[in-house]
Design a protein around this ligand. Structure first.
Ligand code: NAP
Length: 311
């Protein structure tokens, strides 16, 4: 994404664990050799993108900040820290001014969700949000994506598909779990609720959610139902979505045009469609979105945050 967006760089280094040290990876038009992360390897960096889980971020992000650099973290380690802005540039860019060397990125559902909710909040006010997600295998990392592919081959070849990374075979399945549980909720459900509230600056917003993993390689989707403060027709809501940054409206169901994860994969927008009145609640609007979890849900958002820092 740094190369694709022509981010100004004097030098780019790629770090991972000891396991990957020495591996050669494509970068722009060239290649880079992966180094093992260490305090020394991070020395002198102006901006460090962390996409390596909470414990790695907790170990190294404060070092980056102490050395005068800025850590942009994809993990959940700092998302609820009141001293760390949680930034979706299309929604709350101004909050980045309050950073102290660490900026957090929301979860890959919270990013497209807040991008689609923020314009509704501005135009009509938001009272309540309900959603069910359809989350891709790659959202759980490269291991589950590889496992899904292997299961697809196994099923096609008449072999018994195996589950290793995940508690269930994902291919040919829909799994309303697989995340760590926090009480009766998945950790993912708790994260999306808390992060949506923080990004929208609405700490009391009622959000009801069930997170579900589906056998899709890339791009998360969700069916969303909102209750608005002021009434809006589906046409009003569609107009608001059309003018919203980061949103592309794909909404002609009679012609079989609506967002799908397959169309969203490899792009940087949040695709919104199936916009309609939800007659089951007062001032209700329903819609569906798809967005690439690896790009807008992760890398693109992180690079946009870095662009904000450059001013
Ligand atoms: N996938 C998504 O859609 C998505 C979206 C938003 C946020 N996130 C978050 O991003 C983070 C990474 O997720 P992912 O899906 O990219 O996982 P992943 O595909 O499993 O990749 C993890 C990366 O972290 C590196 N790593 C692991 N332990 C390390 C250590 N001790 N020191 C240095 N590097 C280490 C790994 O390198 P090795 O191969 O060398 O171990 C690998 O490059 C997680 O916090 C996740 O919640 C993911």
């Amino acid at each position: 994404m740094l190369h694709e967006r022509a981010f100004p760089m004097a030098e780019l280094r790629v770090l991972a664990s000891e396991r990957s040290a020495g591996m050669v990876v494509p970068a722009g038009e060239g290649e880079l050799t992966v180094e093992a992360v260490s305090d020394h390897a991070l020395g002198g960096a102006d901006i460090v993108f962390f996409a390596a889980g909470g414990s790695t971020a907790r170990r190294y992000a404060p070092r980056v900040a102490e050395n005068g650099g800025i850590a942009i973290d994809k993990s959940s380690a700092y998302r609820q820290d009141p001293n760390v802005p949680l930034v979706v540039p299309e929604v709350n860019a101004a909050t980045i001014a309050g950073h102290h060397g660490i900026v957090a990125n929301p979860n890959c559902v919270a990013i497209p969700l807040t991008i689609s909710l923020a314009p509704l909040e501005r135009a009509f006010g938001l009272r309540q949000v309900t959603l069910a997600t359809y989350q891709a295998a790659s959202g759980a990392g490269k291991a589950l994506r590889a496992e899904l592919e292997e299961q697809l081959h196994a099923d096609a070849e008449g072999r018994e598909p195996r589950a290793g990374v995940y508690p269930h075979v994902l291919h040919g399945n829909v799994v309303p779990g697989g995340w760590t549980m926090e009480g009766e909720d998945t950790e993912e459900e708790r994260k999306v609720v808390a992060e949506t509230r923080k990004v929208l600056g609405m700490p009391e917003l009622p959000v009801s959610i069930t997170t579900v993993r589906v056998p899709v390689a890339v791009a998360h989707s969700a069916a969303v139902f909102v209750e608005l403060e002021r009434p809006a027709t589906s046409g009003d809501a569609r107009e608001v979505f059309r003018g919203a940054p980061g949103v592309v409206v794909v909404d002609d169901p009679a012609a079989q045009r609506y967002p799908t994860p397959r169309d969203a994969a490899g792009t940087d927008s949040v695709y919104v469609g199936r916009v309609r009145r939800d007659t089951g609640r007062e001032n209700g609007i329903a819609f569906f979105f798809s967005a690439d979890n690896l790009r807008k849900g992760a890398a693109t958002n992180a690079v946009q945050v870095a662009e904000l820092l450059l001013g």
